[in-house]
Every structure is written in structure tokens, then in C-alpha cells.
Design a protein around this ligand. Structure first.
Ligand code: B12
Length: 213
């Protein structure tokens, strides 16, 4: 039963039926399917499929945007449920999408899962210049700074950001973690990041490891 509902949500996102995604998500929750299960079992596979349709030229940007809107109609119902975890903050995580890049879906999922796991999250948004990461970090003093990039052309901005902290003599005050589809551990090692998470769940586990939890 739950698999059928998850498949229906996946298909509704792919088909850009943004009103249906909200209704189906509520139905799934009513049937006892968990928020994380809906994200991992329905929403993420849907976006993967949309990505393939886009790459293969079957979908154009407006189609992708409408699918993302359909995704949001589901995710905004799930997000508050993810935040209902233990609220005693276990650490402060700053997260942003790097300069030149406006992809924020992965970043938002990681933020929501971190909140759900009891971390305080400071989301500095998208298209964040290295200097802004530095200014905000000095202001909010997070334990960990997470950077997201979805474009190969914006990956170098991750190194630029770490370099700005090195130049300011503040590199050792913070741990840096990175993620996003084009990245890997090798790239993280090359730019001197403290860790790489291939998906939001591994991002949460990485954060816990770095915090010694
Ligand atoms: C949705 C989307 C868009 C939307 C973004 C909407 C939004 N609000 O984010 C829109 C339509 C705006 C868009 C625009 C563009 N896009 Co786009 N987009 C996508 C698409 C289809 C899905 C991306 C996505 O959200 N995936 C789902 C999320 C959940 O995955 P994720 O971000 O990787 O995150 C997961 C992990 O990586 C990890 N993670 C992510 N961040 C972090 C951070 C940390 C710290 C950690 C630990 C983990 C972590 O956890 C997440 C959950 O598991 C991809 C194709 C694809 N399948 O990847 C193309 C894609 C990324 N886009 C692409 C391109 C080229 C563009 C444009 C340049 C297109 C254009 N010509 O205008 C613009 C760029 C705009 C800009 N300056 O950023 C290319 C990139 C190619 C490349 N090699 O660089 C892709 C791969 C499509 C393709 N096959 O060509 N895009």
C-alpha cells in the first residue's frame, strides 16, 4: 500500500501535477508513511527522473520548474514534521549554496534533516559569495559550515570560500563540509574540506561524526 502511494507521489511530481502532490502527501501521512520515507522513497526518485528527462531533452526548464513546484507542495507539508525531533540543539550548522549557483533543493533537504536531528541550522541561502560565508560565520560562530554546489562551474567557489577563511586566519575555527551531485571525496580532499556527504543522510552522519556525537 505504502509503495503505491509513494509511486503516485513520484509520478505526480514528474507529471507536474502540483495540486495532486499535496493531496497525495497528506494521504500518505494519513496512511502512516513517515516523512523521511516520503522524501527518500518518492520525492528524490522523482527529481532524479526529472533530471534525466531534462538531460535527454524531453523536459525543458519550465517543465523542470513546474516539477520542482510540485515537489515543494509535498516538501512544505513534510518539512515541519522533520523538525519535530529533539530540539535541544546538538550543534550549530551554517549552510549555503556557493557563489554562482542557485540550486537549493539538496541544501534544503539537508537543512531539514539536520533540524530533525536536533541541530540548529543557519541557512545563508543561495549564490553565497565567499566573503558572505566569512562575515556570517564571524557573526554566528557555527561549529560546521556546509557548502552545496550543483554545477561543475561553481565547485571552485568552495575552495575560494575555504581560502578566504585561511587568509583571515580563521580556517581552524570551523569545520567545512561539502556536498552536491558533481562532488566527491577526492575533491573534498583536494580543497582541504573536512568532509563530503554524498546525500543528505550521509551529511547528517558526517556532521554527527565531526561533532563527536
Ligand atoms: C532542479 C534543477 C534546476 C532548477 C533549480 C531549482 C532549485 N530551487 O534548486 C533550475 C531550473 C532553476 C535549474 C537551473 C539551472 N541548472 Co539545474 N538542475 C536541476 C536538476 C533537475 C535537479 C537538481 C536537484 O535539485 N537534485 C535533487 C537534489 C536533492 O540533489 P542534490 O542537490 O545533489 O542534493 C543531494 C546531495 O547531493 C546532497 N547534498 C547537496 N548539497 C549538499 C551539501 C552538503 C554540505 C552535504 C553534506 C550534502 C549535500 O544531499 C542532497 C540530498 O540527498 C539537475 C539534474 C539532476 N538530476 O541533478 C539539474 C542540473 C544540476 N542543472 C544543470 C544546469 C546546467 C543548470 C543551468 C545552468 C541551466 C541553464 N542553462 O540555465 C541553471 C543554473 C542556474 C544557477 N546559476 O544555478 C546541470 C548541471 C551540469 C553541470 N555539470 O554543471 C544539471 C546536472 C542538469 C543536466 N544534466 O544538465 N536547475
Amino acid at each position: 500500500m505504502s509503495y503505491e502511494i509513494l509511486d503516485s507521489i513520484t509520478q505526480a511530481v514528474i507529471d507536474m501535477r502540483f495540486e495532486d502532490t499535496g493531496t497525495l502527501t497528506r494521504d500518505a501521512l494519513g496512511a502512516g508513511v513517515g516523512a523521511v520515507e516520503i522524501i527518500n522513497g518518492a520525492l528524490l526518485p522523482a527529481l532524479d527522473r526529472v533530471g534525466i528527462l531534462f538531460r535527454e531533452g524531453d523536459y525543458f526548464l519550465p517543465d523542470v520548474l513546474m516539477s520542482v513546484k510540485a515537489y515543494h507542495n509535498s516538501f512544505e507539508i513534510l518539512e515541519p514534521l522533520l523538525k519535530e525531533g529533539d530540539y535541544k540543539a546538538r550543534g550549530k550548522i551554517m549552510i549555503g549554496t556557493v557563489f554562482g549557483d542557485i540550486h537549493d533543493i539538496g541544501k534544503n533537504i539537508l537543512s531539514a534533516l539536520l533540524l530533525g536531528n536536533g541541530f540548529e541550522v543557519i541557512d545563508v541561502g543561495v549564490d553565497v559569495k565567499p566573503e558572505i560565508f566569512l562575515t556570517r560565520a564571524k557573526q554566528d560562530m557555527p561549529d560546521i559550515i556546509g557548502m552545496s554546489a550543483l554545477l561543475t562551474t561553481t565547485m571552485p567557489s568552495m575552495k575560494d570560500t575555504i581560502d578566504v577563511f585561511v587568509e583571515a586566519g580563521l580556517r581552524e575555527k570551523f569545520k567545512f563540509i561539502i556536498g552536491g551531485a558533481p562532488l566527491n571525496q577526492k575533491f573534498a580532499d583536494e580543497i582541504g574540506a573536512d568532509g563530503y556527504g554524498e546525500d543528505a543522510q550521509s551529511g547528517v552522519e558526517l556532521v554527527k561524526r565531526l561533532m563527536g556525537i
